[in-house]
Design a protein around this ligand. Structure first.
Ligand code: 5RP
Length: 217
């Protein structure tokens, strides 16, 4: 089974967590897109979706799925999204697609966060994938200097503006031994909007697409 087929398989498996008649939180990226395709097959059974990016909102609407603003949605039963890295402790690195801030918000609004990945995303320790940090544009250099002091090598994601009008620093070289502590420390940096560590509120379930089928952590 190739990588795309593994993504489609975990996306279909995530439908099990969708609550009939309720809203669904929907993430961003190619695996989340596979979930949107799967969700479209059961769209008559859900109330609608809350999207974590403008791109996902457009894709959901294109499938005829009602897109609801989080402010009117309230608490969500479930949020389904991909990740750039995941551990067996269900800690994640996210933000490869630059949607990390809205992803963290929708995850925080959900009772259950189901992360869907293919097995190439599973790691023993987070940090091989550069950690995305969304920054207020005027604070980019300030935050970058602080990240260097923490041992990272921040690189500006050129030509990219987030849905919130901000910039992204991709931080290379971080050895992430204690994800919740680093997430907390990064949350203290003035000018950093969100970091891509999802450890304080990690996934509740990780579905992993493998050559032998879908594994659940
Ligand atoms: C977007 C994300 C995505 O979930 C992450 O980048 C994984 O994307 P893909 O499923 O395309 O590999 O965090 O901000």
């Amino acid at each position: 089974m190739n990588q795309d087929a593994r993504k489609r398989a975990v996306a279909r498996a995530a439908l099990e967590f969708v609550v009939p008649g309720e809203l669904v939180g929907v993430g961003t990226g190619s695996t989340a897109n596979a979930f949107i395709e799967a969700l479209a097959t059961v769209k008559g059974r859900i109330d609608g979706a809350v999207a974590s990016s403008d791109a996902s909102a457009a894709r959901l609407a294109g499938h005829g799925i009602r897109v609801v603003d989080l402010n009117t949605a309230g608490e969500l039963p479930v949020y389904v999204d991909g990740a750039d890295e995941a551990t067996r402790h269900r800690h994640l690195v996210k933000g490869g697609g630059g949607a990390l801030t809205r992803e963290k918000i929708v995850a925080a609004a959900a009772r259950t966060f189901v992360c869907i990945v293919d097995d190439s995303k599973m790691v023993d320790r987070l940090g091989r994938f550069p950690l995305p940090i969304e920054v207020i544009p005027m604070a980019r250099s300030l935050v970058a200097r602080a990240l260097v002091r923490l041992g990272g090598r921040p690189e500006r994601r050129t030509g990219f503006v987030t849905d919130n009008g901000n910039e992204i620093l991709d931080v290379h070289g971080l050895d992430i031994l204690d994800p919740p502590t680093l997430e907390t420390d990064l949350n203290q940096l003035a000018g950093a909007v969100t970091n891509g560590l999802f450890a304080r509120r990690g996934a509740d379930v990780v579905l992993v697409g493998t050559g032998e089928g879908v594994r659940r952590i």
